[in-house]
Design a protein around this ligand. Structure first.
Ligand code: 2AM
Length: 194
């Protein structure tokens, strides 16, 4: 099966991304709202035994919850070709920290290291035929894009299958992030919940 590890996005954030999903020449297919996510690690084709090891290693990760915000738009290009257009993620050291823990866990489970610099993003479209000048126009138009902050409380192992129109992602298991030390006491003092 084809697997990846990702952060799901809350409904309100997916809603806020809707303003970006259109208005780009050569991009006719946009990632549907239910498929929008932040990939932590693409695993590719993994057999059942390795999937089991990966799951066990991911379940052993201890990392704190954190707050995140999507900010700006950008693109991965190759020469003149626009490969993917994405919403950016505001810098958050806790996200890089979680990514590094996931990477170590995956390697500990026996998969090959990724070796690439991690650029967190939410892919919006993989255009077929977008000229660079049209891309520049789109990016300039949305340069001030920003969502509300949201809490990241877990990360998820997904399988990916080809559907007739688009990929179908299935959440196989979610792994909880911990409540930071002190937050429980502070919430109790406020007399409220976390
Ligand atoms: P993306 O976050 O850049 O879109 C599920 O297919 C996810 O895994 C996609 O969201 C995609 O990343 C990522 N992915 C798919 N194929 C990949 C590949 N060959 N290398 C790296 N990441 C890949």
């Amino acid at each position: 099966m084809r697997l990846f590890v990702a952060l799901a996005l809350p409904d309100n954030i997916r809603w806020q991304l809707r303003v970006l999903s259109g208005g780009l020449v050569g991009a006719n297919r946009w990632v549907p709202p239910e498929n929008l996510h932040i990939t932590l690690r693409f695993l590719g084709e993994v057999d059942g035994r390795d999937a089991h090891y990966v799951d066990a290693a991911l379940a052993g990760i201890r990392a704190p919850r954190f707050s995140l915000r999507l900010k700006g738009v950008d693109a991965f290009t190759s020469g003149q070709r626009v490969k993917a257009v994405y919403a950016g993620v505001e810098k958050q050291p806790a996200l890089q920290h979680l990514h590094d823990k996931v990477e170590s866990a995956v390697v500990r489970a026996g998969l090959a290291p990724d070796g690439q610099k991690y650029t967190p993003h939410v892919t919006l479209t993989r255009p077929k035929d977008t000229p660079l000048n049209k891309l520049q126009h789109y990016l300039a138009e949305h340069s001030l894009f920003k969502t509300e902050p949201f809490e990241v409380t877990h990360f998820t192992l997904y399988s990916s299958e080809m559907g007739s129109e688009q990929s179908v992602y299935t959440a196989l298991r979610s792994y909880a992030l911990s409540v930071p030390a002190g937050a429980i006491e502070a919430a109790a003092e406020r007399g409220g919940t976390l």
